[in-house]
Design a protein around this ligand. Structure first.
Ligand SMILES: [Zn+2]
Length: 97
């Protein structure tokens, strides 16, 4: 598996190859590569599912609801997602608030 630094180097060289084409149809690709590089530099967010009283479990990073409440999880055994579908934070555990 490539490290992030190796992937960034590879993306930079890909971008420079695209730049040499001087083809405006490829501008979107350059932008997409820039976004990918930025994402690789960004530390992954770590969050927890927080149970608000009478509410769904919410992401501690962005506050978005998971769509599951206490009954879903404890009575029906439904699993909270490992990643927040809204902000992409990796979820470690859950706690009550
Ligand atoms: Zn979130």
């Amino acid at each position: 598996m490539m490290s992030n630094v190796e992937i960034i180097r590879w993306l930079e060289s890909l971008k420079s190859e695209i730049g040499k084409q001087n083809n405006h149809y490829l501008w979107n690709y350059e932008e997409a590569i820039d976004n990918a590089i930025e994402a690789l530099y960004t530390e992954p967010k770590i969050g927890v599912w927080v149970l608000k009283q009478g509410w769904d479990y919410c992401c501690s990073c962005c506050g978005e609801e998971s769509g599951l409440d206490e009954t879903d999880v404890f009575v029906y055994g439904m699993k909270l997602p490992n990643y927040c579908p809204n902000c992409g934070a990796k979820m470690e555990s859950r706690k009550n608030e």
